[in-house]
Design a protein around this ligand. Structure first.
Ligand SMILES: [Zn+2]
Ligand SMILES: [Zn+2]
Length: 244
């Protein structure tokens, strides 16, 4: 399966990521990506950028070095109801792609029930597009209850390449989630979650999971230029490739 866009990347505006935007874009081009989403952590994270980073994303050229840039954020799920980083609403509303993820510094792992309540808040937030690295072992939630309702709320589910490397015990959860996506025909996105340019466009772990779960190509939103364009047209009315 081909992946044409990397919709989860971090630049060094977060101090635990190490590449500039120019380096990330260049690496994306080298990896054959048509588009990337720039998804730095929301400002609630200790080393996340100031909210002005998100408010000013519209100065980025739509296309850099031949790669289409999607203006995004990885927001932090906050307890108890799954609210996300408090940033000015006009900045939040302008984002084109919003991943919501649990991160330990901001949500102390609790119970499956508590995590499920937070995920229900994520489902109900119309600005959020994507459940980010949902297989994190410390944040098990009722997978079936949440995944089975993703289509109702227009959410897609991330199969995160980096999770399998950095989060011990994640693979089994990720596989379980991937199988539920197949069962309920929930679209997924394959992403690197790159924190350095060398990780951009790397999807080997995630693609192995997609294969093992038997998810068909039609359910992977970034598996072709047409599917990617159709997805952003549908969720944001955005023409990613206006030149056709
Ligand atoms: Zn994350
Ligand atoms: Zn991330």
């Amino acid at each position: 399966m081909q992946i044409v866009a990397d919709l989860h990347t971090h630049t060094n505006v977060s101090s635990h990521a190490y590449s500039t935007l120019a380096e990330i874009v260049h690496a994306a081009k080298e990896a054959g990506m048509l588009a990337i989403a720039l998804t730095n952590h929301g400002p609630a994270m200790d080393d996340g950028p100031h909210q002005w980073h998100f408010g000013n994303l519209n100065i980025l050229p739509r296309v850099m070095d031949g790669v289409t840039i999607i203006r995004g954020m990885e927001c932090n799920i906050l307890p108890p109801m799954g609210a996300v980083d408090p940033i000015e609403y006009k900045y939040y509303k302008a984002l084109e792609y919003v991943i919501a993820s649990f991160h330990e510094p901001l949500y102390k792992p609790a119970t499956v029930e508590a995590h499920t309540i937070a995920m229900e808040g994520v489902l109900r937030d119309p600005q959020i597009t994507t459940l980010g690295h949902p297989g994190t072992p410390a944040f098990r939630f009722d997978y079936e209850s949440i995944i089975s309702r993703c289509n109702e709320y227009g959410k897609i589910v991330e199969i995160n390449n980096n999770s399998v490397n950095v989060r011990r015990g994640c693979r089994e959860n990720c596989l379980e989630i991937a199988r539920l996506c197949k069962k309920y025909e929930v679209p997924v996105v394959v992403s690197s979650d790159a924190h350095i340019f060398t990780q951009v466009g790397r999807f080997d772990n995630a693609l192995a999971l997609i294969d093992e779960a038997g998810i068909p190509e039609e359910l992977v939103v970034n598996s072709s230029r047409e599917r990617l364009a159709a997805y952003f047209r549908k969720i944001r009315g955005l023409e990613l490739f206006p030149e056709g």
